[in-house]
Design a protein around this ligand. Sequence first.
Ligand code: PLP
Length: 405
Amino acid sequence: MFKINENYLKLPGSYLFSTIGKKVREFSEANPDKKIIRLGIGDVTLPLAPSVISALHNAVDEMAEKASFKGYAPDLGYEFLRQAIAEHDFKARGVTVAVDEIFVSDGAKSDSGNIQEIFDVSSKIAVCDPVYPVYVDSNVMAGRTGDYIAETGRWTNVIYMPCTKENNFAPELPKETPDLIYLCFPNNPTGSTITKDGLQKWVDYANEAGAVIIYDAAYEAYISEENVPHTIYECEGAKTCAIEIRSYSKNAGFTGTRLGYTVVPKELKCGDVSLNSLWARRHGTKFNGAPYIIQAAGAAIYTEAGRRETKEQIAYYMNNAKIIREGLKAAGYTVSGGVNAPYIWMETPNGMTSWEFFDYLLEKANVVGTPGSGFGPSGEGYFRLTSFGTYESTLEAVERIKKLK
Ligand code: PLP
């Protein structure tokens, strides 16, 4: 008789965004005349940049000709894209990453969920609290996290690193030594970042403790402050302790197009075994490769026009972030984030829980946000607003929220 992976049954019932979707659907069915503004989801709204669209068209035409048709993509990704990544994302920042340390993927969700497979099941994980839920959930599925305690919202075998107002939403080094440390900067959902000196402490700690940092830099393109590192490899010694995950979703609108990459340095070793070789083996066996058409589109982001156009998109979202941050601050709300990230993190007013405020905001302002508690226990009492809406809807949402004061 077959058995299922019972770890899946441990995951709490419904995913955060399906609960939100259900509540919003019910509200709009009951109030068909109300115009709902969505500042909740993390999806982008601007269309793909013209240079990306043009590269897509060209790549489709190539697929139509016998001479330029492409079949299976190389395991690690096309060299033209990995060269562009090494050049623009790393060399331009004074960092050396070799092309065979770059693994092109279909996005950061897959890689941040799958990377745990190359580590032993006994590995103890540490996560920022709150954070993007995929890190914990994928380790739950793998059987690493112990049991879920509903009262505390915590797993018994996970080291939580609270990101609170007191530590400026950047975690302190854990007291108990983890094997795997998931860091996400700029952070989803708090929009906080870490300074280069701050990140160096983590790198030194990981090298000393024999831990691996899994660094999710999906929001790197939103960094506006000088002292914030764009890649963990700006820190001395990071190549012996850190894997970095990147995405084209938020910097170039590829949420539906799907493309990302992960850097696994060759120097990162467990004894004699390089993690680069393990991930290469895994990629070769379990990943079909991102389509040629999509990789060609990804390379277009690095052209002069592509860089200019995608920068304009980021500027558009960051202007929305400023409108939310400054508008709500002026109205007396306590907010942070939105300077190096598309996310604004607000304290729920009048001691409301995150979900109470969600219902209140939907009911009174017809604005949808995301309850902070959905990202971890320390997110309780907070709320995430995103800057991915239109300029006009962002302005209107802020006006509505101001009026609630
Ligand atoms: N990492 C973080 C921190 C995210 O917030 C998200 C999406 O919201 C992802 C990864 C997913 O990225 P992708 O679309 O490349 O799978």
